[in-house]
Design a protein around this ligand. Structure first.
Ligand SMILES: *Cc1c(COP(=O)(O)O)cnc(C)c1O
Length: 383
């Protein structure tokens, strides 16, 4: 049986998982080495220096590529590192388009690091007419989108946007961190590059910071690998090993994240002290139909507005006990976050206002704990 024919639950466990050839060790070795001995100058086994290649990282990359139905993958020391490498690949004089509701660090990277190098326009990618208008006008090298977005969980139509990008000769990059490859595969829908913060669902245990991209385009892969090797943010052997370990349970974790999130979303939706709940799995979500079409599930992230303002919201966030107040998401434990003060503080105030990232907005990452415990926790805090 070929690896590519395996079901997802088998892939996460077996891709990149051949036993170590010299010992039979069923778990991969951590090749904690910077360099490799050569028999004669240039005579080596494909490994010269660990910034360029490392056997443990290679195993992880093989696994990650397979999960996104890609030929190639590159794993980096953070999600922002892979974004940086991709942004460095933009040729001089070319423009960039980006979704207007993206991870705070992404907006900072574009606005404060790369804005000197090229023209960057933030657009509403849920509106296909707007996407086409800007593709036509700006002829960008690439369009970067997140779907669902962070923190508003807006959904953009990947297949239709990919078609438009082809028409105007622009690359489409999709940050698939929120769905993980278990629920969504952007390359299958026509995207050119998919990226992940491995820190989140893929590793899933809140003990690694890492990033990755996957693609089927050899030219893009060669170019990003050249940049990774030149600039240097390769994922360490130990972190590669931890992610290989974490990803094995991705399928069962994602399923449980979703089962819990649906129940939590319904609970919040019916609670008198909650103004509004945003979750793609609720029928009230404006893009619920598209979410059902393009994703195989709705994920574990929920955004909601508490009735009241900063005071009530802060109080609620100090009263939750299981939903630990912390940045990040996608780990087995539940987390709560105040986007305006925490994850999205680097998004300009006007933009936050326009997007309605207000003082009473809360984003939660629903973990895989006992769901009644989670609901009781929220119930108590809302009291
Ligand atoms: C966390 C995150 C990133 C950045 O990844 P790091 O690993 O923190 O550098 C990028 N995109 C999304 C959607 C994220 O949630």
């Amino acid at each position: 049986m070929k690896n590519k024919d395996l079901g997802f639950e088998s892939k996460v466990i077996h891709l990149g998982g051949d036993p170590e050839p010299h010992t039979g060790s069923i778990m991969p070795a951590i090749h904690q080495t910077s360099t490799y001995v050569q028999k004669a100058p240039g005579d080596h086994q494909g490994y010269e220096y660990s910034r360029s290649h490392n056997p443990t990282r290679d195993r992880l990359q093989e696994c990650l590529a397979g999960l996104e139905n890609a030929k190639y993958s590159i794993a980096t020391s953070s999600g922002m590192a892979i974004a940086t490498l991709i942004m460095h690949s933009v040729p001089k004089g070319r423009n960039v388009l980006c979704g207007d509701d993206v991870y705070g660090g992404m907006s900072r990277l574009l606005n404060r690091v790369f804005s000197e190098h090229y023209d960057i326009t933030f657009i509403n990618t849920t509106d296909l007419a707007e996407v086409e208008k800007y593709l036509k006008e700006k002829k960008p090298y690439l369009l970067w989108i997140e779907t669902p977005t962070n923190p508003l969980l807006k959904i953009s139509d990947i297949a239709k946007i990919a078609k438009l990008c082809k028409k105007y000769d622009s690359l489409l990059v999709v940050d698939n961190t929120f769905m993980s490859p278990y629920f969504q595969n952007p390359l299958d829908l026509g995207a050119d590059i998919v990226t992940h913060s491995l820190t989140k669902y893929i590793n899933g245990h809140s003990d690694v910071v890492g990033g990755a991209m996957m693609t089927n385009n050899k030219k893009i892969y060669d170019q990003i690998w050249f940049l990774q090797n030149s600039i240097g943010p390769s994922l360490s052997p130990f972190d590669s090993w931890l992610v290989l370990r974490g990803v094995k349970t991705l399928a069962v974790r994602m399923r449980q994240h979703e089962i819990n999130a649906i129940q939590v979303a319904k609970f919040l939706d019916s609670h008198p002290k909650i103004e509004k709940v945003i979750y793609p799995g609720l029928k009230s979500h404006p893009h619920h139909a598209l979410a059902k079409k393009q994703m195989r599930g709705f994920g574990g992230m929920i955004t909601f507005y508490v009735k009241g303002g900063m005071k009530e919201t802060k109080k609620f966030l100090t009263k939750v006990h299981l939903f630990k107040l912390a940045e990040s998401l996608g780990g087995v434990e539940s987390l709560s976050n105040h986007p305006a003060i925490m994850t999205h503080a680097s998004v300009p105030v006007e933009v936050r206002k326009k997007l309605n990232i207000s003082d009473n907005m809360v984003r939660i990452s629903v973990g895989i704990e006992n769901c009644s415990d989670l609901i009781d926790d929220l119930k108590n805090a809302l009291k």
